[in-house]
Design a protein around this ligand. Structure first.
Ligand code: HDL
Ligand code: ZN
Length: 412
């Protein structure tokens, strides 16, 4: 006979033992060298914290960015962690990380923390973080047009099965003025007006890099006004290059919709914002391309209900994550509750979007706490009606949500 207490125990145990697949991050494995970010100075200069810290006084943005990484970290630490209480989601995440690493979270001198991180032997430290978080594998964001990254793929890449690749194609879809000259320099015969061999050459670029990276999916972020009916070159490339290649490789296209880039360009990476999008583009893609699979996350809270209902209409649409400005407890709770109520277990509740390695600890600790809270409520609704729940059923459901739904979707 189930009761409220043992259900909570079973859910919490299932969530803490599930092996997680983190399907979208900006992390890199060790072989990518300086692209692998870790430690207190990287954590404190995470663009979420920079934007927040720069609200508190009138420091000149350029002056701040001219500071060294350590000086920027000192500034953020003083403003958000000494002169104010670190109550925001990005700020409290740093405290969670320090706590879970066994450090004294009340130290005010950054050098106390720096000594700890400096003392870490990277490979065993990476092993430790994967063990703490129970993450089986995470998926990177890989861009062959990024000079630093490209060099590693061409020489020096070392396979680590815990770090899988996703081919990010924002360049060829959103900024052809800079990406096409790069493609030409790499030997792909592409014309700005997409004439001649361009379509075939873009397909060749996609196929070559999907194969080189063993990419699990292709991904692109898209603006709020993204439309499939605007006759743009972006639409032409999506329909004539990206979708045929993804279908041929049987890999999803991940659409991350609703980002307004550089709303305040002076904030650099921290300068992006969001706006509501028109779900029509997603309906068009899922309906016209039933043989393609779409992993989708949408940035505006206002889009979430129509997004969930759209997923009920198209089984080739897999909603994932509470992306970026939705990755806070109150919003994760609202969105996850809505998804469970209308999609059952057929979605991917979260990804981390981490940029700094230790963020895996805080982003998953915080998200799993909300997932547990909502699942306890939903399972208890059933138990009150006499429905029998076993530990096996709960483990199965939670393993699906935290990993297996993704692997099943990409292998379908
Ligand atoms: O486009 C994206 O993948 C976003 O996640 C951006 O990288 C954003 O800067 C971010 O890090 N969000 O968490
Ligand atoms: Zn991201």
């Amino acid at each position: 006979m189930n009761n409220k207490l043992n259900i909570e125990l079973m859910i919490n145990n299932a969530i803490s033992t599930a092996s997680i697949t983190d399907i979208h991050t900006h992390l890199f494995s060790e072989c990518f060298g300086e692209l692998f970010l870790f430690g207190i100075d990287e954590l404190l200069t995470y663009h979420y914290l920079v934007a927040e810290a720069l609200r508190y006084d009138g420091v000149d943005y350029q002056q701040f960015f001219n500071l060294s990484k350590e000086e920027q970290a000192e500034y953020v630490w003083k403003v958000l962690f000494v002169d104010n209480t670190p109550i925001s989601e990005p700020a409290r995440s740093v405290i969670t990380i320090l706590n879970k690493l066994g450090l004294d979270v009340n130290q005010k001198d950054l050098n106390y923390y720096r000594e700890f991180f400096r003392a870490q032997k990277l490979s065993s430290y990476v092993d430790r973080i994967f063990k703490i978080t129970n993450i089986k594998c995470l998926i990177m964001t890989n861009d062959p047009l990024d000079q630093n990254e490209r060099g590693v793929w061409e020489k020096g890449y070392v396979k680590d099965s815990r770090f899988r690749a996703a081919l990010r194609i924002d360049g060829i879809l959103n900024s052809r003025e800079s990406s096409f000259p790069q493609l030409r320099a790499f030997g792909y015969k592409v014309e700005d007006d997409l004439s001649g061999t361009t379509i075939e050459e873009i397909k060749r670029f996609l196929i070559e890099w999907i194969e080189k990276m063993d990419a699990l999916y292709c991904a692109v972020s898209l603006p709020p006004d993204f439309s499939m009916l605007d006759g743009s070159k972006r639409v032409e490339i999506i329909e004539n290059c990206v979708l045929p290649v993804c279908k041929g490789k049987n890999i999803p296209l991940a659409l991350m919709i609703g980002v307004k880039r550089a709303v305040n360009p002076e904030l650099r990476l921290a300068g992006d914002s969001l706006a509501k999008t028109d779900i029509k583009a997603l309906e068009y893609l899922c309906a016209k391309y039933p043989q393609n699979k779409f992993l989708v996350t949408i940035l505006s809270l206002e889009n979430q209900h129509e997004f969930v209902i759209t997923a009920r209409k198209f089984r080739n649409l897999m909603p994932f994550g509470c992306w970026w400005y939705l990755n806070s407890p109150s919003l994760i709770e609202q969105i996850t509750r809505m998804r469970l109520e209308w999609l059952g277990m057929s979605f991917i509740p979260q990804h981390s979007d981490c940029r700094v390695f230790e963020q895996l600890i805080s982003k998953w600790e915080h998200s799993k706490a909300v997932l547990a809270k909502v699942l306890i409520e939903k399972y208890n609704d059933l138990i009150q009606m006499g429905y029998e729940l076993s530990e096996e059923k709960i483990n199965r459901d939670i393993q699906n949500l935290l990993g297996d739904n993704f692997w099943r979707f990409i292998s379908q």
